[in-house]
Write a protein that binds this ligand. Structure first.
Ligand SMILES: Cc1cc2nc3c(=O)[nH]c(=O)nc-3n(C[C@H](O)[C@H](O)[C@H](O)COP(=O)(O)OP(=O)(O)OC[C@H]3O[C@@H](n4cnc5c(N)ncnc54)[C@H](O)[C@@H]3O)c2cc1C
Ligand code: SF4
Length: 325
C-alpha cells in the first residue's frame, strides 16, 4: 500500500478545499475504500476524512419529502420510522445489503460510490480490465460472466453495479445533492452511474473533489417493495434484484416505477413496462405482459442467459409485494 496523508475535515469548506488534487479521496465509513487500497484498486495520496462533518448525519422531513445526510449510517436510515413507513423499498434494500456490522459503519453517501464486484476488476494480479487499466481489454466478455450484465453493456465492459440502496433510490426518482469548489448540483439517482458506452473506465458522474452531501426523496410511496435474489440469504451481493413503487386509483394502477439491480452498470429502470402498467388492474394477466415488455433490450452474455427470466420474475414479485403493501 502506498503511503498517504490523512486529513480530518472540520467543515464542508475544509473538505472541499482539501480535495482539490485528483489523487485525493474522501473517507466516510471506510468499508470500501480501505479494501480498494489493500487490493491495489486505489492508491490515493491523500485521504480526507469527512466522518465528523456536522449536519451530514441527519435525516429530516417536511411536506416536500425526505432529506438524508450523506453520512447517515445505512442501519440508521433503514430503521428510521419515516423511511420504514413511507419508503419501505429503501428500508428493505438497505437491510438486504452487506451485514449488520458493515451497515453500522457504511454511509448512504458512500454506498452508491461502491465499485463493481466483477472478479477481474477485483483481481489481485494484472488482468485485462478496462475499468482497472483503461484500454487493457475486458477479460469478462468471454470469461467468467455468469453474474454480469444483461442490459446496457458493450464489448469494453460487461460489469454490473452491485449497490442495493441505489436500486431503491433510482426507483424512487431520488436526487443526489453534491458540493464542489466550483459549485454543487442535483443528480437524478437513475443517472448517477455511468454505462460503459459513455466511458468504460468510469463508475459514476462524480467529478474529482465532488462531495455528496445528501439524498432527497419526494412524496411518500408506501406501496413499494424490494426483492433481492442471491446465492445465500445474507451477506451476499445480488444475482438480480428489483425495486417497485406503485400508486393505485379506483382499483387501477395509476403510476408504476420499476428498477432492476445487478443487471447493468446502473440500476436499470424498466420505463416501457412502467408505461404499459398504467391503467391495468392488479393481478390481471396483462400485468405480466407489461413487465415482460420492459425486457426487449435485454441481451445475455455467453454464460448468463438465466438472468433474463430471473430478473423478469423478480420484478413481478417486487410488483406484487408493492401492490400488497
Ligand atoms: C464484504 C462486503 C459486502 C457488501 N455487501 C453489500 C451488499 O450486499 N449490498 C450493497 O449495497 N453493498 C454492499 N457492500 C458495500 C457497502 O455497503 C459499501 O462498502 C458501503 O456502503 C460504502 O460506504 P462507506 O461509507 O464505507 O464508503 P467508503 O469506503 O468510505 O467510501 C467508498 C467510496 O465512496 C467515496 N465517498 C464516500 N462518501 C462520499 C461522499 N459523501 N461524497 C463523495 N464520495 C464519497 C469514497 O471516496 C470512496 O471512493 C458490501 C461491502 C463489503 C465490504
Ligand atoms: S466487465 Fe468491466 S470490470 Fe469486468 S473485466 Fe470487463 S472491463 Fe473490467
Amino acid at each position: 500500500m502506498r503511503p498517504f496523508t490523512y486529513v480530518r475535515a472540520e467543515s464542508l469548506r475544509d473538505a472541499l478545499d482539501n480535495a482539490r488534487t485528483a489523487d485525493t479521496r474522501f473517507l466516510a465509513g471506510g468499508t470500501e475504500l480501505l479494501n480498494w487500497a489493500r487490493i491495489g484498486i486505489e492508491s490515493p495520496r491523500r485521504l480526507v476524512d469527512i466522518g465528523r462533518l456536522p449536519d451530514l448525519h441527519e435525516i429530516t422531513s417536511d411536506s416536500d419529502g425526505l432529506r438524508i445526510g450523506a453520512l447517515a449510517r445505512l442501519n440508521d436510515v433503514a430503521q428510521d420510522p419515516r423511511v420504514e413507513a413511507s419508503y419501505p423499498v429503501l428500508s428493505q434494500a438497505i437491510l438486504k445489503s452487506a451485514s449488520a456490522q458493515l451497515r453500522n459503519l457504511a454511509t448512504i453517501g458512500g454506498n452508491p460510490v461502491q465499485r463493481t464486484r466483477c472478479p477481474y476488476f477485483r483481481s489481485p494480479g494484472p488482468v485485462a480490465c478496462n475499468k482497472r487499466v483503461p484500454k487493457s481489454g475486458c477479460a469478462a466478455l468471454h470469461g467468467a460472466n455468469e453474474r454480469l450484465a444483461i442490459f446496457g453493456w458493450t464489448e469494453d465492459c460487461v460489469a454490473v453495479q452491485p449497490s442495493d440502496p441505489a436500486v431503491a433510490l433510482a426507483c424512487l426518482d431520488a436526487e443526489i445533492t453534491t458540493e464542489h469548489v466550483d459549485g454543487g448540483r442535483r443528480i437524478p439517482a437513475p443517472e448517477f452511474h455511468t454505462l460503459p458506452g459513455e466511458d468504460p473506465s468510469a463508475h459514476n458522474v462524480l467529478r474529482p473533489g465532488e462531495l455528496i452531501t445528501g439524498i432527497e426523496i419526494g412524496a411518500p410511496v408506501p406501496k413499494s417493495a424490494y426483492v433481492k435474489v442471491r446465492e445465500r440469504q445474507s451477506y451476499e451481493f445480488a444475482l438480480v434484484s428489483a425495486a417497485a413503487a406503485v400508486e393505485i386509483q379506483d382499483g387501477l394502477i395509476s403510476r408504476a416505477r420499476l428498477a432492476l439491480g445487478s443487471v447493468a452498470m446502473r440500476p436499470w429502470r424498466l420505463y416501457d413496462a412502467e408505461q404499459a402498467l398504467v391503467g391495468l388492474r392488479p393481478g390481471s394477466p396483462a400485468v405480466r405482459e407489461a413487465v415482460t415488455s420492459g425486457f426487449s433490450a435485454s441481451r445475455p452474455l455467453s454464460s448468463n442467459a438465466y438472468k433474463i427470466p430471473l430478473a423478469r420474475n423478480t420484478a413481478l414479485r417486487a410488483l406484487d409485494l408493492a401492490l400488497e403493501a
